[in-house]
Design a protein around this ligand. Structure first.
Ligand code: ADP
Ligand code: MG
Length: 620
């Protein structure tokens, strides 16, 4: 069979170009990445061999070997792990399968410095080899297969694949070091790098020089060591390995549970948001080990989706080693571990929130939207999750808690009010808020899409329920607010004229609205739209339509401000000249209310025609 030439996926080619042409300040991390991959490959094979021991026949002694060759200018990183066949090579070393890659790539600017910081967060994994090598050769044979393959590339857009019948099981990666990178042939330099970044690797990393072999790392699983013997640096490097991440963890939780069930867990909350955190599969990313043997990173029942930002490992003493991934569904031991882990994580978050509000705010801004899913998904833990939630409001300058908001409630205020919308700036200007602001009533400002879903699940907080400011039956008259300007509020339209106007508006607007009402919700605006109690909120309707999950219109309640000049004028006009005199204006009022909600007028052409007519009359 001859050599086969292939092109890298466009994203990979772009990534390689940046990696090679940017001065990465920390080139030595290439070794951490390759050792990390080798260790993963050994973990995978160890698991596969549990059910198929023939896979490791003759060589069950896992190790990673580093072989520098000064004469040839090459460094070899070799493992006897699972290896790759041809399809694996093409998929793993020719493309980037990570979700969110396309989005990530679109954020690259072409400015090397900025892009490098971004890539630092994303991680280049295997491709980091090209930072120090101008040619990379991978010779590999997949465990259980007869023949091996050779993958070769100079990182410039193409790679070749050739059969390599004699290849040993696992992967052997040969780097032809660039001029200027020969330091990575020095034994002390290699030793230093491995100790610094890869000491936690549970498989021996062996430096081979001639017939001398030296193990460079501790080669014991980090999570099995006592806390007092692990340095912060080691915790951090293990995080980089286990999470395939490049940032620093925000929180590290290392615990041993002993009792009815026994397990060790080393969990991390990342410092920055993973690209795929809102991927629809909502999978968590914590690896399950049984007695130090890697089992799977897809044990669905291990953690709930609302903690999917966690990274790390859980190592069970109780599960059988030959547990299959299928057996893990509905497994009672797994369910108990889950419950223990959730409890532990929530209590650690609580501690952090109490000890360092500033640091907690960073966490909240990164993962709050995910954690909030737990309010409606985990009924049992709702009471633990709610106090961990932080909110922006009309009164607080930073983040605040629900309890604090309740503490600031006004006399006579029956509900905790909230407003939902796409962004804070627009929310703060919404007309429905005016009456609340005038009375100094605090309103939660909710801008995450998830907010529409958890709010109904909250129930009561200190005996108070949550209520949308856009609900039809909000009554602010009972609240003793500050009402700074109660005395100098403008006069309202006379009651009989107002009634006539409302009747006229109802007639003209027909089934375009659910109702027309006078409101004390407004101070400076003339009109707004609100939802009938129990009706879907306007913001949710918009969200669902944007996701094509709804194609139906719900008529809303049009509220009018009886103290507004326009409304007073219209009331007088109807009384004097009859309904027809305000027909155009009535429809314009409704469109205006829609526009303020961020929606287009019902019929833009008609809207423009009416507006022109009314303006023309204004000039007369
Ligand atoms: P990641 O490790 O985050 O998946 P990498 O770019 O480091 O990304 O590696 C890509 C993939 O290539 C790995 O997921 C693995 O499937 C494969 N791979 C890399 N190195 C090896 C190896 N030494 N043995 C077997 N497979 C490997
Ligand atoms: Mg990797």
């Amino acid at each position: 069979m001859a050599e086969e030439k292939r092109e890298f996926q466009a994203e990979v080619a772009k990534l390689l170009d940046i990696v090679v042409h940017s001065l990465y300040s920390n080139k030595e991390i290439f070794l951490r990445e390759l050792v990390s991959n080798a260790s993963d490959a050994c973990d995978k094979l160890r698991y596969a061999a549990l059910t198929d021991p023939a896979l490791v026949e003759g060589d069950a002694d896992y190790r990673i070997r580093l072989v520098p060759d000064a004469a040839a200018g090459t460094l070899i990183i070799a493992d006897n792990g699972i290896g790759m066949n041809k399809d694996d090579l093409i998929a793993n070393l020719g493309t980037i399968a990570k979700s969110g890659t396309a989005e990530f790539m679109s954020r690259l600017t072409g400015d090397a410095k900025k892009d490098m910081t971004l890539i630092g967060q994303f991680g280049v994994g295997f491709y980091s080899a090209f930072m120090v090598a101008d040619k990379v050769i991978v010779v590999t044979r997949k465990a259980g297969e007869q023949h091996g393959w050779r993958w070769e590339s100079d990182g410039k857009g193409e790679f070749t694949i050739t059969p390599e019948p004699e290849a040993a099981r696992g992967a052997r990666i040969t780097l032809s070091l660039r001029d200027g990178e020969k330091e990575f042939l020095d034994a002390p330099r290699l030793t230093g790098i491995v100790k610094r970044y890869s000491d936690h690797i549970a498989i021996p990393v062996v430096l081979v020089e001639g017939d001398k072999e030296e193990t460079l790392n501790s080669a014991s699983a980090l999570w099995t060591r006592p806390k007092s013997e692990v340095t912060p640096e080691q915790y951090k490097e293990f995080y980089h390995h286990v999470a395939h991440a490049f940032d620093d963890p925000w929180l590290t939780i290392h615990t041993k549970a002993e009792g009815a069930i026994e397990y060790t867990s080393l969990l991390y909350v990342p410092g920055s948001k993973p690209f795929d955190i809102f991927h629809p599969d909502r999978k968590h990313h914590v690896k399950l080990y049984v007695k130090r043997v890697f089992i799977t990173d897809e044990a669905e029942g291990l953690l709930p989706p609302y903690l999917r930002f966690l990274r790390g490992v859980v190592d069970s003493q109780d599960l059988p080693l030959n547990v299959s991934r299928e057996m893990l569904q509905h497994n009672p031991v797994l369910a108990k571990m889950k419950s223990g882990l959730v409890k532990k994580v929530l209590s650690e978050l609580k501690k952090k929130a109490e000890d360092d509000a500033g640091a907690y705010a960073t966490f909240w801004e990164t993962f709050g939207a995910v954690l909030k899913e737990g309010i409606y998904e985990d009924y049992e833990r709702k009471g633990d999750i709610l106090p961990l939630c932080r909110f922006q409001t009309t009164e607080a300058s930073g983040w605040t808690t629900l309890d604090e908001v309740v503490g600031r409630m006004k006399e006579g205020q029956e509900a905790i009010y909230y407003a939902t919308g796409d962004d804070l700036a627009a929310l703060k200007r919404s007309p429905q808020l005016e009456g609340f602001l005038a009375k100094g009533i605090e309103v939660l400002l909710l801008t995450d899409p998830i907010d529409e879903f958890w709010v109904p699940a909250v129930g009561e907080v200190q005996g108070k329920t949550l209520k949308a400011i856009t609900e039809g039956d909000v009554d602010l008259s009972k609240v003793r607010g500050e009402d700074k300007a109660e005395a100098d509020k403008p006069e309202a339209a006379p009651a009989d004229a107002l009634d006539t106007l409302i009747a006229a508006l109802k007639l003209t607007l027909g089934d375009k609205v659910k109702d027309v009402r006078a409101s004390d919700r407004l101070t400076t605006s003339s009109v707004c739209l609100v939802a009938e109690s129990g009706q879907m909120s306007i913001h949710l309707e918009k969200l669902l339509k944007a996701h094509r999950q709804l194609d139906q219109d719900f008529p809303r309640v049009l509220e009018i401000n009886p103290r507004h000049g326009l409304i007073k004028g219209m009331a007088a006009k109807v009384k004097a000249s009859g309904r027809e005199a305000i027909d155009d204006m009535a429809l314009l009022l409704l469109d205006q209310a829609r526009i303020v909600e961020g929606e287009p007028p019902a019929d833009p052409v008609e809207f423009a025609r009416r507006l022109a007519t009314v303006m023309e009359k204004g000039l007369a």
